[in-house]
Design a protein around this ligand. Structure first.
Ligand SMILES: [Zn+2]
Length: 271
């Protein structure tokens, strides 16, 4: 675990640094590859040693070397979180793929979690779930299930079928929910991005995992809204980034597996 954990953490911090670039440039419609990293305030080009995830922020004392303006703590926080989530992938237990070799679970887990972190941050900041990322992630989930079928399931295609079916149900569920919301409230209550994100979760988690992730996100979002209203931190018609709840729930289900949540869900139904 030791060495692998350190590798995963370092790779995670670097991916987190790239996620920061995505989160800054995508909403502005800029290229994510060119030009190289720049200070977002004075636009000066960052030297490689001022662009090391986590470390540079600490060494520079959270200030740009040339313009001395503050660098937001959100940058190192996203790097650290991604590093820790990559590390946690070493212990991930996605129920749908529990028969797979560990390296494959880690490899697929870091792809899945990177996509979900990008979406969670963009939804929190801009209420935006870019179609390219949700549909791209959905495609990767389907491809992964197909690879598993071809190499580990004697080409029986049960993983692929589960994946496609769950993606379809995931999409339809939120699509119908948004139609219903539109009919009742006469205004869109759910973004179209949520339906695509839910399809993405289905393609990676399968039918049961999708069901748990949706339950978990509604559960967590309602608790947050109730406390927010009581503490007067949110207003009655305030928008909430539901895509972020879906993303984090997907991560949690991938990490801890279905069984623990299935027991929890059935005990709440038995009240
Ligand atoms: Zn600067």
């Amino acid at each position: 675990m030791g060495i692998t954990g350190i590798y995963l953490f370092v790779i995670g911090c670097c991916v987190g640094s790239f996620i920061n670039v995505l989160n800054f440039r995508l909403p502005l419609g800029q290229s994510i590859i060119y030009p190289s990293s720049r200070c977002t305030k004075c636009n000066c080009k960052l030297k490689w040693f001022d662009n090391i995830p986590l470390i540079s922020w600490i060494v520079l004392g959270a200030k740009c070397r040339s313009c001395k303006k503050k660098i937001s703590i959100s940058y190192p926080l996203i790097e650290l979180t991604t590093g820790l989530i990559f590390c946690a992938n070493f212990f991930a237990y996605p129920s749908i793929y529990d028969q797979l070799p560990k390296f494959l679970i880690i490899f697929s887990g870091i792809i899945f979690s990177s996509i979900l972190i990008v979406l969670a941050v963009l939804d929190c900041k801009y209420f935006w779930l870019p179609k390219n990322i949700t549909l791209g992630g959905l495609t990767l989930g389907l491809i992964f299930s197909l690879i598993v079928d071809l190499f580990y399931n004697l080409s029986q295609f049960s993983y692929f079928i589960n994946s496609i079916f769950a993606a379809f149900i995931g999409f339809i569920f939120f699509y119908l929910l948004s139609l219903l919301g539109l009919k009742i409230y006469k205004t869109p209550v759910m973004g179209g991005g949520d339906a695509k994100l839910s399809a993405l979760l289905g393609s990676w988690l399968g039918m049961q995992g999708l069901f748990i992730a949706i339950w978990l996100s509604f559960f967590a979002a309602s608790i947050l809204v109730i406390f927010g209203l009581i503490l007067k931190k949110i207003k009655r018609k305030q928008k909430i980034p539901f895509g972020a709840f879906l993303s984090l729930s997907g991560l949690i289900v991938w990490q801890f597996g279905n069984e623990v949540f299935m027991r929890l869900i059935f005990s709440t139904f038995n009240w």
